[in-house]
Design a binder for this molecule. Structure first.
Ligand code: GLN
Length: 189
């Protein structure tokens, strides 16, 4: 069985580990990834929520960003939630911060306001029926996307989930709900 990695540099990676277990992945097949060497042990990777400026600097400093780019370009499925999607974006509105450039999108950070403006609401999804509950915590939105990118989720007509080949990005946090459909979907890529 394939091994699933969760980037564990900073942020809420443990909830993704728990969600993957609920989705049926044995605990022995869920690995935290903090180094280039550990990335070599997994077949797919989730980049969790957290602080994109901090994690971006660390990915750059320790060469893990280059290694993730190389693996993703080689076909490794990759899913970024919230901070993860920001780090996968090609461009971040109004900021010059490190990103992996693995999704041909522009994101706007903190698009719904500060931490106190965090909320839960239904997201309109294509492919996953019925609709999902989205937990938004200082969440970004996707403001531009290239032709290779398929928008797959909307909240109040803003794009909050995208897919580009085997890479997905979501503004919200499915790992904070008991619904494992998006985890299952990622495992099927
Ligand atoms: N606003 C954070 C950032 O820009 C992301 C928040 C999150 O991942 N929940 O990095």
């Amino acid at each position: 069985m394939k091994k699933v990695g969760v980037l564990a540099v900073q942020g809420n990676f443990s909830l993704h580990q728990a969600a993957l277990e609920s989705a049926g992945v044995p605990a022995s097949h869920i690995l935290t990834v903090r180094t280039v060497e550990e990335l070599g042990n997994v077949d797919r990777l989730i980049i969790p929520g957290g602080e994109s400026t901090t994690v971006g600097l660390l990915l750059k400093r320790y060469g893990l960003g280059d290694a993730i780019q190389a693996r993703a370009q080689g076909g490794m499925p990759l899913w970024g939630t919230c901070m993860g999607m920001i780090l996968m974006a090609k461009a971040i509105e109004g900021r010059d911060q490190y990103s992996l450039n693995l999704l041909d999108i522009t994101v706007k950070r903190n698009a719904f306001g500060a931490q106190v403006h965090s909320f839960e609401d239904e997201v309109q999804m294509t492919g996953v029926e019925p609709n999902l509950l989205g937990v938004f915590i200082r969440a970004p939105i996707v403001t531009e996307w290239g032709s290779a990118v398929e928008p797959m989720g909307w909240y109040q007509s803003k794009v909050v989930a995208v897919k580009q080949g085997k890479r997905i990005g979501t503004s919200f946090h499915p790992e904070l709900t008991t619904d494992t459909r998006l985890h299952q979907y990622f495992l099927s890529l």
